[in-house]
Ligand binder design. Structure first.
Ligand code: HEM
Length: 193
């Protein structure tokens, strides 16, 4: 079946399943005399923000927990293979940086909606998120382009870029933990009251 063979179909199926459940939920609520406030874009943006966020941070953890620790054991040929167009690292970096972009865009929309009501907790979570996004865009991605050979670089420049990317990536791993804590606490239990 296509939905198990092609990941695009699997993802589309997830969206369809959501729509079906929302439809059933709305019907059942209305049948029991319940009512809704006008449809909230806030919910949709929040959903999109979380999907983009897990895509981004999921890949950040993949890089830190799986890919980087495995690199030392790889031969130069294997590295060249996984760095080339259309292969593992390029695909991972593609979703990683677009995940970061869309997380930021949806996050800023949520922030704009909160306006003056934004709590200190969400300001801390969002500030860490924005630093992490800047790290992806201005440090990790330009450095990785050299490492994987998308941009010409000498062997020393590649080595330096690899080190720079690693420090930025580890920084993001550190920041991701409090970032997520304050992102969630802002909606469920404010620490800074
Ligand atoms: C890139 C910068 C980011 C900004 C500016 C940002 C901003 C926000 C804002 C304003 C909210 C809404 C809070 C509210 O309505 O009270 C929110 C919620 C949320 N964000 Fe972020 N965010 C960012 C990154 C991330 C990342 C990387 C993740 C990782 C998955 C994430 C996960 C979440 C979750 C799970 C919620 C929902 C919390 C809840 O309602 O329980 N955010 N974010």
């Amino acid at each position: 079946m296509k939905i198990f063979q092609d990941h695009r179909w699997s993802i589309a199926t997830g969206f369809i399943l959501t729509l079906v459940l929302v439809f059933v939920g709305v019907q059942s609520t209305l049948a029991h005399g319940g009512h809704y406030e006008p449809i909230s874009v806030d919910l949709l943006v929040r959903w999109a923000h979380i999907i983009a966020g897990i895509t981004w941070i999921g890949l950040l953890y993949y890089f830190n927990l799986v890919q980087v620790p495995s690199m030392a054991g790889l031969t130069a040929e294997t590295k060249a293979d996984i760095f080339k167009e259309g292969s593992i690292v390029r695909r991972a970096l593609f979703w990683f940086r677009w995940g970061a972009m869309f997380t930021l865009i949806f996050g800023l929309i949520l922030m704009a909606k909160l306006g003056a009501h934004a709590s200190t907790d969400i300001k801390i979570g969002a500030a860490f998120g924005i630093i992490m996004w800047a790290n992806v865009l201005f440090v990790i991605w330009p450095a990785q382009k050299k490492v994987i050979g998308m941009v010409e670089a000498t062997a020393e420049a590649k080595l330096a870029a690899g080190k720079r990317a690693l420090i930025a990536s580890r920084t993001n791993t550190i920041l991701s933990i409090p970032m997520l804590f304050f992102m969630a606490s802002s909606a469920h239990f404010n620490i800074f009251n």
